[in-house]
Design a protein around this ligand. Structure first.
Ligand code: NAP
Ligand code: 8YV
Length: 317
């Protein structure tokens, strides 16, 4: 019997999918390393988490072999520490790409055309009393979209945008061989060329607050910034200043630096559309992510190899 530990709150389908295999499943809802029992320390060889796992938990589980993360982003898992201890970390790529891309298009349109506000206007009975909702100052028509990130999800977003008949360019650290959109070697150059920036890069030491005052100034007065990657990438104070001073025209955010809290200032702007980190949050897509977490654990313990190891902890047979 193999003992697995579910650390923190993880989609319940993960544990359901592990039933019927030779696993004993323990849980550590607090995610607090100090609460790891001697039984856990002796027996646990696999962990399932949703976004975060510290080095101290890895150290408290001396027999740990694999950490299966629920989410494609694994910035909260100390992968360098895992690599140094020979622990494999897996994530959930691919299965959420299309859902996140769909949400991004929705957030972009909501930001430009103010649909959530228009619906509230109707629901509040104002259409009847006051007449038609005001015209949206912004439109997707004629926009030049700059993709900051052109990986699995970025490519799905760009693919959808092609059908909207808009111009698309991108910036990543290196040009993509199979991508025909215009490439810019720096984020500043991209932001200068486009009027709409969509951020879908991971949280890394290189992406910290890279979307800042300089980038908003480069985007300009018709500029719109959409972030579906990680809040870490956007300098939120600079964003609020840019909106207040009309340096840019609007923003759409699904992710924030410190979730679930966000700067009070960002709530005040009418030209900002805010979502509570829901880009992948349909039952179908979260089920697919949960299945991939379980499949990684099952494959590791039954076939000796993970399905989707992250780059920092590659599988070597
Ligand atoms: P991916 O396939 O690894 O793509 C990442 C892209 O970012 C690549 O094009 C990469 O290109 C680029 N990139 C990385 N570091 C960069 C840097 N310093 N400067 C410029 N470009 C950089 O990842 P993905 O599956 O598309 O997911 C991207 C991220 O989206 C995840 O890590 C996660 O944080 C976020 N996400 C959010 C949600 C949500 O619910 N809002 C859902 C899913 C994912 P180069 O390597 O060439 O630079
Ligand atoms: C989820 C995400 O919200 O996959 C990611 O990186 O940000 C989202 O899909 C998150 O993983 C849920 O914990």
């Amino acid at each position: 019997m193999i003992t697995l530990l579910i650390v923190g709150k993880v989609n319940p389908r993960v544990a359901e999918r592990l039933q019927g295999h030779d696993f004993e499943i323990l849980s550590l809802p607090s995610g607090n390393a100090a609460e790891i029992t001697t039984v856990m320390a002796d027996k646990v060889s696999g962990v399932a988490v949703s976004g975060n796992l510290s080095a101290s938990i890895m150290d408290a589980l001396p027999n740990l072999k694999i950490v299966a993360n629920f989410g494609v982003g694994y910035d909260g898992v100390d992968v360098r520490h895992a690599a140094s201890k020979g622990i494999i970390v897996t994530n959930t790529p691919d299965v959420l790409d299309e859902e996140v891309a769909d949400t991004t298009i929705g957030l972009l349109l909501n930001t430009l055309r103010l649909f959530p506000r228009a619906e509230n206007y109707l629901r509040d009975g104002r259409w009847v009393k006051e007449g038609g909702y005001p015209l949206s100052p912004l439109t997707l028509r004629g926009r030049h979209i700059g993709m900051y990130g052109m990986g699995r999800i970025g490519q799905q977003i760009a693919h959808r945008l092609e059908a909207f008949n808009v111009r698309i360019s991108y910036h990543t650290r290196s040009p993509k061989k199979d991508v025909s959109f215009g490439y810019y070697g720096s984020l500043k150059e991209l932001a200068t060329a486009v009027d709409t920036l969509i951020c879908i890069v991971p949280k890394t030491s290189e992406t910290r607050q890279t979307v800042n005052k300089e980038i908003f100034e480069a985007l300009g007065a018709n500029g719109v910034m959409i972030n579906v990657g990680r809040g870490w990438t956007v300098h939120e104070d600079d964003l609020a200043d840019a909106l207040e001073n009309k340096v840019i025209a609007g923003a759409g955010l699904d992710v924030f630096e410190v979730e679930p809290c966000l700067p009070e200032r960002l709530m005040q702007f009418e030209n900002v559309s805010l979502l509570p980190h829901v880009a992948s949050a349909s039952v179908a897509t979260r089920n697919a992510m949960a299945d991939l977490v379980a499949d990684n654990l099952i494959s590791w313990f039954e076939q000796g190899k993970p399905v989707t190891p992250v780059a920092e902890t590659p599988f070597r047979s």
